[in-house]
Design a protein around this ligand. Structure first.
Ligand code: FES
Length: 87
Protein backbone atom coordinates (compact mmCIF):
# COMPACT_ATOMS: atom_id res chain seq x y z
CA UNK A 1 0.00 0.00 0.00
CA UNK A 2 1.03 3.60 -0.47
CA UNK A 3 -0.31 6.99 0.48
CA UNK A 4 -1.78 9.46 -2.00
CA UNK A 5 -2.18 13.08 -1.00
CA UNK A 6 -4.68 15.06 -3.06
CA UNK A 7 -3.09 18.47 -2.63
CA UNK A 8 -5.94 20.67 -3.93
CA UNK A 9 -8.54 18.73 -1.99
CA UNK A 10 -6.45 18.55 1.18
CA UNK A 11 -7.20 14.85 1.51
CA UNK A 12 -4.89 11.88 2.04
CA UNK A 13 -5.84 8.28 1.22
CA UNK A 14 -4.16 4.89 1.43
CA UNK A 15 -4.21 2.86 -1.78
CA UNK A 16 -4.37 -0.86 -1.02
CA UNK A 17 -3.01 -3.70 -3.15
CA UNK A 18 -6.41 -4.49 -4.61
CA UNK A 19 -7.57 -1.03 -5.59
CA UNK A 20 -6.54 1.66 -8.04
CA UNK A 21 -5.65 5.24 -7.15
CA UNK A 22 -8.93 6.27 -8.83
CA UNK A 23 -10.91 3.93 -6.58
CA UNK A 24 -9.13 5.10 -3.44
CA UNK A 25 -9.73 8.76 -4.31
CA UNK A 26 -13.38 8.13 -5.14
CA UNK A 27 -13.87 6.39 -1.81
CA UNK A 28 -12.70 9.65 -0.23
CA UNK A 29 -15.14 11.68 -2.31
CA UNK A 30 -12.75 12.87 -5.01
CA UNK A 31 -14.17 12.21 -8.45
CA UNK A 32 -11.60 11.48 -11.16
CA UNK A 33 -12.67 11.67 -14.80
CA UNK A 34 -11.99 8.34 -16.49
CA UNK A 35 -12.83 6.78 -19.82
CA UNK A 36 -10.94 3.63 -20.86
CA UNK A 37 -9.72 2.72 -17.35
CA UNK A 38 -6.95 0.73 -19.03
CA UNK A 39 -4.17 3.28 -19.26
CA UNK A 40 -4.67 4.03 -22.93
CA UNK A 41 -6.75 7.19 -23.46
CA UNK A 42 -5.09 9.72 -21.14
CA UNK A 43 -8.34 11.06 -19.65
CA UNK A 44 -7.18 10.45 -16.07
CA UNK A 45 -3.76 12.10 -16.49
CA UNK A 46 -2.72 14.06 -13.39
CA UNK A 47 0.31 16.15 -12.39
CA UNK A 48 2.60 14.68 -9.73
CA UNK A 49 3.96 17.20 -7.21
CA UNK A 50 6.02 14.81 -5.07
CA UNK A 51 6.98 11.14 -5.10
CA UNK A 52 7.82 8.63 -7.83
CA UNK A 53 5.06 7.01 -9.87
CA UNK A 54 5.23 3.35 -10.87
CA UNK A 55 3.97 3.78 -14.43
CA UNK A 56 1.69 0.99 -15.63
CA UNK A 57 0.00 2.83 -18.50
CA UNK A 58 0.43 2.75 -22.27
CA UNK A 59 -0.22 6.48 -22.70
CA UNK A 60 2.93 8.32 -21.59
CA UNK A 61 6.03 8.09 -23.77
CA UNK A 62 9.45 7.10 -22.43
CA UNK A 63 10.56 10.69 -21.81
CA UNK A 64 7.34 11.60 -19.98
CA UNK A 65 7.70 8.47 -17.85
CA UNK A 66 11.23 9.38 -16.81
CA UNK A 67 10.20 12.93 -15.88
CA UNK A 68 7.92 11.42 -13.20
CA UNK A 69 5.82 14.58 -13.06
CA UNK A 70 2.64 13.10 -14.54
CA UNK A 71 0.69 9.94 -13.77
CA UNK A 72 -2.18 7.97 -15.29
CA UNK A 73 -4.42 7.44 -12.29
CA UNK A 74 -6.55 4.53 -13.50
CA UNK A 75 -3.75 1.96 -13.50
CA UNK A 76 -0.39 3.33 -12.34
CA UNK A 77 0.90 2.96 -8.82
CA UNK A 78 3.71 4.38 -6.69
CA UNK A 79 7.34 3.45 -6.13
CA UNK A 80 7.59 5.85 -3.20
CA UNK A 81 5.58 5.38 0.00
CA UNK A 82 3.82 8.67 -0.73
CA UNK A 83 2.62 10.42 -3.88
CA UNK A 84 1.41 14.03 -3.84
CA UNK A 85 -0.97 14.79 -6.70
CA UNK A 86 -2.27 18.05 -8.11
CA UNK A 87 -5.91 17.14 -7.69
FE1 FES B 1 -8.02 6.09 -19.95
FE2 FES B 1 -6.99 6.30 -17.47
S1 FES B 1 -9.05 6.41 -18.07
S2 FES B 1 -5.95 6.22 -19.35
Amino acid sequence: AFEVVAEQSGISVMVGENQTIVEALEAAGIKVDVSCEQGVCGTCLCDVLEGTPDHKDKFLNEEEREDNDQIILCCSRSKSSKLVLDI
